[in-house]
Design a protein around this ligand. Sequence first.
Ligand code: UD1
Ligand code: CA
Length: 457
Amino acid sequence: MYNRYAVILAAGQGTRMKSKLYKVLHPVCKKPMVQHVVDQVVKLNVTEVVTIIGHGAEQVKAQLGDSSKYALQEEQLGTAHAVMQAEETLGKKEGITIVVCGDTPLIKHETMEALFKYHEESSAKATVLTARTENPFGYGRVIRNENGHVEKIVEHKDATEKEREIEEINTGTYCFDNKALFDALKRVGNDNVQGEYYLPDVIEILKKDGAPIAAYQTADFEETLGVNDRVALSQAEAIMRKRINESHMRNGVTIIDPANTYIGPDVLIGNDTIIYPGSIISGVCSIGSQCTIGPNSEIENCRVGSNTTIRHSAAFDSEIGSDVQIGPFAHIRPKSQIHGHVKIGNFVEVKKAVFGEGSKASHLSYIGDAEVGSDVNIGCGTITVNYDGKNKYLTKIEDGVFVGCNSNLVAPVTIGKNAYIAAGSTITEDVPGDALSIARARQVNKENYVEKLNKKK
Ligand code: UD1
Ligand code: CA
């Protein structure tokens, strides 16, 4: 077994995107393109991953973190020049190096694994991953000789009319014998239409050295789509969306309208869960079995149990248990922990709050910075007054408490176990367990008031 290395090209500006955001950071199914690539590459058993950064270097680093090493390409002089920047880290290593572009977000690790295998078995010094497409515009074309062996790759802009008719394209992914790669890179010139150092020129250089060169054609062009502009970005999004949704459906998830359901690549969903249209589930999420999600729910970075319903609602960075009812029109903000059998109803906003087993806030409430015990009933319109303009304070509502409608709980405050809060109260002091607390002006009825009023006229 050879050592395996990976180089990911991510230094370009991406001029054709016409964006302030660097190209490889544009998201596909809410995950930046380059992160898709790295997530696949790390599955390949590689000893080292080096990402070439330049434009937006700090942002790319912040995105990828320590899943990769980095090499800075200060000036973007072309893809060969980009790979050269990895020489310090990889140049002296024995092994096989895969090079992948950061703008091919759909590439699968299975395909790269197959490329590695093909490369190893053919004992080639370089193997290019190719694909066939009826619309090869913009891609480098693979030039084969009369025996079908790869001779070189010609960039679209440098290609003759005849060469442009070739439908086999360079996907931008390659395996190289590592030492042969760095040796050949030194000999790449920039005498071409774009005045750039082209990585694909390494193929022709090694070929002329007499080294064996191979090409591995993948059947699925879609997977190798290179995203250079927003049209391709939308195509990548559609392909990825279809791929993800189909895999969930094959696992037993019902998706009513897959064209209208947006699920990220790092989402797990149990079987017999039904997802209604207009739902967006993204980030790292897990959703149990037999849940009902949507229509129109947005769930990001949440863990959701089984048999839970989230309708017309949004939930972020939170844990939601089993047999929970959320919505319609509820908002679960970060760091909330909703235990089993809880109900969070219409127009209820929850932030950084724990809800114990079986508790309910069914209508029109704000519950933030709160610890709610189990079997608590929070009446319509209740508000935890958590903020004094400078600091946030905690509201504790112990097990079995009944909070009457339209109450304000001015934090910091604790409502003891099984206590009752009378409707319309503004609670500013702790309430002992089992007490009834009434904190509002006593009602005064002025008898025959209307009669007096009329006499005055
Ligand atoms: C490249 C290939 C082309 C192939 C296509 C597949 C070259 C010269 N051409 O073309 O044969 O069909 O990909 O999608 O390689 N980058 C750097 N530094 C640079 C230049 C580019 O890091 O100096 C990075 C970019 O950020 C990008 C990747 O390399 O992620 C590819 O560059 P791009 O300009 O998109 O190349 P293409 O024109 O698409
Ligand atoms: Ca590209």
